[in-house]
Unconditional design. Structure first.
Length: 365
């Protein structure tokens, strides 16, 4: 019988007409069966699932004496006492994939955490620096692939930046940031070593429309210099800022790259149509810019408002005619550049925000 406090690796070895199941190379279960069974998964269900239910096995690995025939996944037995993380895959000496006590796959980071260990071994707690719990399997696979050949220090500094953004700045970020930011920082350092400098043509717009994210980008390059001794140029602060914009708004990085130029073009339409100059320090301007940011987010995420307030939209159209005409021109521009048709309700709210910002300008004059 297996102990309820031990981790179990289930190994199935074909030997004549016997199926031997072993825990860490010690037989714990023997059953007579037919080795000529062609459908391995049906065979597995028929022979071993009853044992799984009876003995508390979570997962089973199907292995030949010399190679893996079909590894469903190494798992664990129900345990009493303290739960441990069990290694499922060794990515490199410092990164492993594991299953926690809830049978959830996690990526675990720590100096030497994968060195000299084996699949199915528990992770020593003192080795654990960070546990990444990435919900998307696709994203988790991308992350593991990315980390395979990456220096631990680059992963650490990226994680420190993300932790700072979430804990200190209270940003709510899509987990894609673990892949995109880590990859960007690693590549930026490699480019610098090769003396390749990329100019950020959108730097001014990023500073203007995403000041918090830009300050986070500046914090990032200071931390990279402090921790890694690598001084990245200010252009990189802008690129890093866009990765956080992308993670905040749930869009692709290529879409985030379009945001600053679209923002600038929309402001130019308002200035030209209504013959005004913005007070960019005013609260009304900040509110207008924030509204346009979220409008663009809805555009790229295909989550535009539907036409449910037709009566109100008609009232706004009549009352704020100039502003509504301006919002219609903005809608036409967005449709031309993104292919997304803006609803009447979206134009209504845009007209209201344009009205607010123009009233503030008129009051100052």
């Amino acid at each position: 019988m297996t102990s309820s406090s031990e981790f179990v690796i289930v190994v199935i070895v074909i030997k004549e007409r016997w199926i031997v199941t072993a825990r860490q190379a010690k037989p714990v279960f023997i059953s007579r069966a037919y080795p000529a069974y062609e459908d391995w998964f049906s065979f597995l269900k028929r022979i071993f699932l009853p044992m799984e239910r009876k003995r508390g096995y979570k997962r089973i690995a199907l292995i030949s004496p010399y190679r893996v025939i079909s590894r469903i996944v190494v798992g664990q037995v129900k345990r009493e006492g303290r739960d441990r993380m069990i290694i499922d895959k060794i990515i490199n000496n410092n990164i492993v994939s594991a299953f926690d006590n809830t049978d959830t796959e996690v990526v675990v980071m720590g100096r030497g955490i994968g060195f000299g260990t084996k699949i199915g071994s528990p992770i020593r707690e003192e080795k654990i620096e960070k546990v990444f719990r990435i919900k998307s399997h696709t994203l988790a696979d991308q992350f593991k692939e990315l980390l395979a050949n990456m220096p631990l220090e680059h992963v650490r500094v990226s994680n420190d930046i993300i932790s700072y953004a979430e804990s200190e700045l209270k940003l709510r970020l899509n987990q894609s940031i673990y892949v995109t930011l880590t990859d960007h920082i690693n590549f930026a350092i490699e480019r610098l070593k090769m003396n390749i400098h990329l100019e950020n043509a959108l730097l001014w717009e990023i500073k203007r429309f995403y000041p918090q994210e830009y300050r986070l980008g500046q914090y990032s390059i200071r931390l990279i210099e402090k921790e890694l001794g690598v001084k990245l140029p200010q252009d990189e602060a802008g690129f890093i800022a866009l990765h956080f914009v992308n993670a905040e708004y749930g869009t692709d990085i290529k879409d985030a790259l379009n945001f600053p130029a679209l923002m600038q073009a929309i402001l130019e339409i308002v200035k030209k149509e209504l013959q005004i100059e913005f007070d960019e320090e005013s609260l009304h301007f900040e509110r207008f810019v924030t509204h346009v940011k979220f409008l663009l987010q809805r555009v790229y995420r295909k989550e535009l408002l539907s036409d449910e307030e037709e009566e109100l939209a008609l009232m706004v159209q009549r009352k704020y005619e100039r502003e509504y005409i301006c919002s219609k021109k903005i809608a036409e521009y967005i449709e031309q550049t993104t292919g997304s048709k803006i609803s009447g309700e979206e134009m209504m709210y845009l007209a209201i925000h344009i009205r607010r910002v123009t009233m503030a300008v008129d009051a100052e004059e």
